[in-house]
Write a new protein. Structure first.
Length: 157
């Protein structure tokens, strides 16, 4: 595993899986910045999605991993932060493609959708896969252009 820093977050539904992922990454020598939550007490996923996404967007961490019940809410919230390409992933194939083709910088997982073994395999595949560039770079740049256009419209409003 390459030396890197991962921002990690979850809501209450994803807390237990997040803790297991944190232990696994730490054991592999990956620096983990745990942005919360710290229990299974009910909380709001957008708070933790934003904390992780902003850390990644500010280059405080190379990548981010978020866990909630389905991974959907975390993905939606994280993708509101400019510069974030969060992918909700359920398979190793999706993990590989999200990095290789989309240069995803945040992975979202659903603790109620996949088990621990699948989550570990997805995380390993996602972290091991590099962005392919080439024709995919042009497409990722088009996503960034949409963000810039949206920011320009917001500034004029």
């Amino acid at each position: 595993m390459l030396a890197m820093k991962i921002a990690l977050g979850s809501d209450h539904a994803g807390f237990e899986l997040k803790e297991k992922i944190k232990q696994k990454l730490s054991a592999q020598g990956v620096a983990v910045d745990d942005r919360g939550t710290d229990s299974t007490a009910s909380c709001d996923y957008p708070d933790f999605a934003r904390a992780v996404a902003e850390e990644v967007a500010a280059h405080g961490a190379e990548l981010g991993i978020l866990v909630c019940s389905t991974g959907i809410g975390m993905s939606i919230a994280a993708n509101k932060v400019p510069g974030i390409r969060a992918a909700k992933v359920d398979t190793e194939f999706e993990a590989e493609r999200s990095r290789e083709h989309n240069d995803a910088n945040v992975l979202t997982l659903g603790a109620s959708v996949i088990d621990q073994d699948a989550a570990f395999k997805i995380v390993d595949k996602w972290l091991a896969t590099r962005f392919a560039g080439g024709r995919h770079e042009r497409r990722v740049e088009k996503i960034a252009a949409i963000e810039r256009e949206d920011e320009g419209r917001a500034a004029k409003a």
